[in-house]
Design a protein. Structure first.
Length: 62
């Protein structure tokens, strides 16, 4: 697959992830899971980064 096609495919998926991010129902479990996270965080296979908004503000990203 060519680079241009990959970029177009990613952009299409990014729009879907952005819409999902706004749905409160899907965010409830993220809030619950990440509220007690402490220390340094290394998130592997981050995708569109949907979890970042739910980490406490004092988290250090690696």
């Amino acid at each position: 697959m060519e680079k241009t096609q990959l970029i177009q495919r990613f952009d299409k998926q990014a729009v879907k992830y952005s819409k999902k991010r706004l749905k409160q129902e899907q965010n409830k479990w993220r809030k619950k899971i990440f509220q007690s996270v402490k220390g340094k965080i290394l998130e592997v296979a981050v995708g569109a980064g949907m979890n970042f908004a739910f980490y406490p503000k004092d988290i250090e990203y690696m």
